[in-house]
Design a protein around this ligand. Structure first.
Ligand code: GDG
Length: 483
């Protein structure tokens, strides 16, 4: 640690501790990317944690999103109301190995049931472990004895054990935003025992669905020789006991509904509606990612137009797809594939005054997005695998309560476990998706209302605040197994 870094960290630590000295315990959120105040965030984790911290206050620690000459050399600190943000830069080789490499070219495809896309390299794993150690070195100065630490997602699985190794005895929770595949897939990853075994350093590991929880329990029991205790507690061979829990993430339902209501005044939303007179809008909103099933979705839309000649010129698909992870080769490839597919459909069906697919590679402010959701008769959310999928929930919350639209939802999104008023489809079955589109566009108002009310009732009860409270309360009340 150089002098600048060390004094910077000490100053940041002292300031954090004193600015929060009146509060007994803070929430410390740690994630790879931090959504800084004023930034438009297009990821699910960022959307969820911004809202959670805005409500509870606390500290958010992670990567600044910037490339620096030396990882962690510069510490950025910003405060906004009751939330403090501390971020560090990553060097280019560390970004390449930790982020592009191991996190997004090995763990992400593995966790999304795509072993064929896993690109494992020993040096990426080394970089991944090294950055987790660096995060721990920076973070442990900032933790007060009563703080509750909440670590997020697949980039940071070993961070808990790295903090324990530095003497942190606080309650530490971990939440996995992706699915967790069956043990048979997890064991394909070299060194999987050391990596996944470190889940046991946490007090609580949260996942979105019962299927993900079963996968983790099964892995610990059958691959690591752990023993099951009551109430989802697992005793690892090291003797440490931790709990696995199901916590389906949600949205700020009331806020999304309000944004959607108010968006009718927004000029961008008015323009979209004006361009749709006498036509029905089908909307898709997804980060550009192979897990989202976008190519199959476009093919299904094409087949729908082919089978339903009378719907041509009557329906438009607005597919909003902000690019993500452009440094990973597979993401560049899927981008080219989607451009080709969208161009193909438009070339085949477009007329002088109608384009069937509006494929938009840009992101929009949340209030505009909410207005777009409300303007759409149908949302098509057909990931091949998705931890939860917040877009599905946002679409439901954005609807006009007197004339709601229809949600078509993949059964492989975690959201399908809660949103059973949707038309559930297997996204691998193009005919099924085509039939769902036909059914959605013809659905009577009374059936739409019935389905929507059922889903909205779930989202009103289980919103983002309920999710955060349930996780933090469970973590805080867990019997503490000391490291
Ligand atoms: C991961 C998991 C899990 C999208 N386009 C724009 C925009 N977005 C926002 C949406 C939504 C979020 O990004 C996307 O969240 P998802 O949940 O749909 O998907 P991932 O990014 O893959 O999220 C996922 C999630 O983490 C939470 O645990 O549900 O399974 O993969 O909030 O609104 N936001 C803005 N402009 C856009 O153009 N402002």
């Amino acid at each position: 640690m150089n002098a600048k870094e060390s004094s910077g960290m000490r100053a940041a630590a002292a300031a954090m501790k004193s600015s929060n000295s009146e509060t007994k315990s803070r929430l410390i959120v740690v994630s790879n990317r931090v959504a800084l105040p004023g930034e438009t965030s297009t990821g699910g984790l960022a959307s969820a944690m911004s809202a959670a911290l805005a409500e509870s206050g606390g500290l958010w620690f992670g990567w600044s999103g910037k490339i620096g000459s030396v990882t962690g050399d510069v510490v950025h600190r910003v405060s906004n109301g009751q939330v403090d943000y501390v971020t560090i830069d990553l060097s280019r080789p560390d970004h390449e190995q930790f982020y592009t490499g191991f996190s997004n070219s090995a763990l992400w495809p593995l966790f999304h049931y795509r072993p064929d896309l896993v690109n494992y390299r020993r040096k990426d794993l080394d970089g991944y472990l090294r950055i987790n150690e660096t995060f721990a070195n920076k973070l442990f100065h900032l933790i007060n004895p009563d703080d509750v630490v909440w670590i997020h997602d697949y980039h940071l699985i070993p961070l808990g054990s790295a903090l324990r190794a530095r003497g942190i005895k606080n309650r530490i929770g971990f939440f996995l935003h992706t699915p967790l595949p069956a043990a048979a897939l997890l064991i394909a990853l070299p060194k999987h025992r050391a990596l996944f075994g470190s889940f046991a350093s946490y007090d609580l590991v949260g996942v979105h669905t019962a299927r993900d929880a079963r996968a983790l329990e099964d892995y610990f029991l059958h691959e690591l020789g752990a023993a099951m205790r009551t109430k989802g507690r697992i005793r690892s061979p090291s003797g440490r006991v931790f709990q696995v829990g199901v916590f389906p993430i949600s949205i700020d339902t009331e806020k999304v509904a309000r944004l959607a209501r108010d968006a009718s005044q927004d000029v961008t939303v008015k323009n979209l509606k004006a361009s749709m007179v006498d036509r029905s809008l089908v909307i898709g909103v997804d980060r550009l990612d192979y897990s989202k099933g976008l190519a199959d979705r476009l093919r299904a839309f094409s087949a729908f137009l082919e089978n339903n000649g009378n719907m041509q010129r009557k329906v438009t698909l607005l597919q909003i797809t902000p690019p993500s992870r452009g440094t990973v080769p597979q993401y560049r490839q899927i981008r080219r594939e989607l451009e080709r597919e969208a161009g193909h459909i438009n070339g085949k069906y477009a007329t002088a005054d109608w384009v069937p697919v509006r494929y938009v590679n840009q992101s929009f402010p949340h209030e505009v997005l909410a207005g777009y959701y409300r303007a759409a008769k149908v949302a098509i959310v057909t990931p091949l695998r998705d931890g939860m999928n917040l877009v599905a929930k946002e679409y439901v919350a954005s609807q006009d309560p007197s004339d709601p639209g229809v949600l078509i939802l993949s059964e492989f999104a975690g959201a399908a476990h809660e949103l059973d008023g949707a038309l559930l489809v297997n996204p691998n079955d193009i005919d099924e998706v085509v039939q769902a589109l036909e059914k959605a566009l013809r659905m009577s108002r009374s059936e739409r209302l019935k389905r929507w009310r059922k889903m909205m009732a779930v989202l009103e009860k289980h919103d983002l605040t309920a999710w955060r409270r349930k996780f933090v309360d469970t973590l805080s009340s867990e019997p503490h197994s000391l490291p």
